[in-house]
Each structure stands twice: as C-alpha cells, then as structure tokens.
Design a binder for this molecule. Structure first.
Ligand code: GRF
Length: 202
C-alpha cells in the first residue's frame, strides 16, 4: 500500500480527482495518508476533513523562514511514512529540504505544456502569447520551479473566443485525467527517471 501526501492551497479539484480515482479503484494499493495546506480556508482542506482524512493546516506565519517551514513539512510527511507527495495547487515553492528528502517522489501538475509558460497564470500567459495549443503537464519536482522531469502531458486547443476562465476550465478537465493517471503509474512502480526523461514501463 503506497501512502500519498497531498499539499494544496485552495480549491483542491486535482486532489479530489486523485481521491475519486482511489475510491473507484482506478488507482489501486494507495491511500491518501495526509493532506496539508498553507491556507486555513482552503476548500481542499475542508474536503479532506469532511472525508475523515488527516488534514493539517501548516501556517507559514508560525515559522521564521521558508527552510524552517519546509523542515516541518518533511517531518510531517515522514511521520506519516508518505511514499509520494502530490502538489495539487500548492501555491508555495517547495525548497531543497523537501526536494532532497523526497527525491523523484514529488509530483506537480501545471496548467501549460512545459517548458512553455512556467510560473503563475499559465493559462493567461498562453492566451496573451497567442498559442493555438496549450495543455497541462505532470512532472517530478526538482529545485527549479515547474522544471523537473515530465511524466505526462495533454494538449488542449485554444479557441478564438477563449477567456482565461473558459481556457482554464478546458485545461482543468484534462488535469483531472492525467494527474490520477500519473499517480497510478507511480504507485504501480512504472515510472523510471533517467536524467530529464521519465520512462514509462509497460
Ligand atoms: C491547477 O490549475 C493546477 O494546474 C495548478 O493549480 C491549480 C489548482 O487547482 N497547479 P485545484 O486546487 O486542483 O482545483
């Protein structure tokens, strides 16, 4: 049984997609062991509590520095014996302490086809740039933002009349497909990281 730790800051729809995929049996032999939020009022944290999961609000204001915060994150994740950390809309940069403690064991979802449009407001960046195709990316987390080895991507068409909202919603529906699938592959031991490349074993 692989134990998952989820880090989030808000809505938590990707967390719910992973939760649902476990409930439905799409992802087998995994359980969500702990959900941690840096925001007290995150909807995702409420969902975790409502579903009787271990749900922790870790307030950045209680810590002197980012690295102190990150050390606490690692401590909690280790205490829960987490095998895989899923960043699911966690709006904080995770530092070296976390990345080194969970090397190739942290996944993130980003709403663009990386390496295009890293950072905040990726959907707006894509619209303003005028690309015709964008998408979403699940990648392993390294010490650079939105940079680590790519696990899965989905391409999404940009339509002429798209707004940030309509485009974000279209991308989100693909996020909810590829993130659970990437988690499933990880849990089944089918991801092998070779430098920048992730090999999917069959
Ligand atoms: C998603 O668009 C994800 O790609 C990005 O943050 C957003 C989180 O949404 N990293 P949700 O909280 O999972 O609904």
């Amino acid at each position: 049984m692989k134990k998952l730790g989820i880090l989030l800051s808000g809505r938590g729809s990707n967390f719910r997609a992973i939760f649902d995929a476990i409930q439905s049996g799409f992802i087998k032999n995994a359980k969500i062991e702990v959900v941690i939020s840096n925001k007290a009022d995150a909807q995702g944290l409420k969902f975790a509590k409502d579903n009787k999961l271990n749900a922790i609000f870790l307030n950045p204001k209680d810590f002197f520095s980012r690295s102190e915060y990150d050390r606490k994150l690692v401590e909690i994740l280790k205490n829960y014996s987490v095998d895989l950390v899923c960043l699911a809309g966690f709006m904080r940069i995770v530092g070296e302490e976390v990345v080194n403690a969970f090397e190739n064991k942290i996944l993130n979802i980003h709403p663009s086809l990386l390496p295009s449009f890293p950072g905040l407001n990726a959907q707006r960046q894509a619209l303003e740039y005028g690309v015709k195709i964008t998408g979403c990316t699940v990648h392993f987390v390294d010490t650079k933002v939105d940079h680590g080895p790519i696990v899965l991507q989905a391409a999404v068409e940009v339509k002429e009349d798209d707004t940030v909202e309509t485009l974000s919603n279209r991308i989100l529906s693909y996020e909810h497909k590829i993130y659970p699938y990437a988690v499933k592959l990880f849990v089944e031991g089918k991801l092998r990281v070779l430098g920048r490349k992730v090999q999917i074993l069959h």
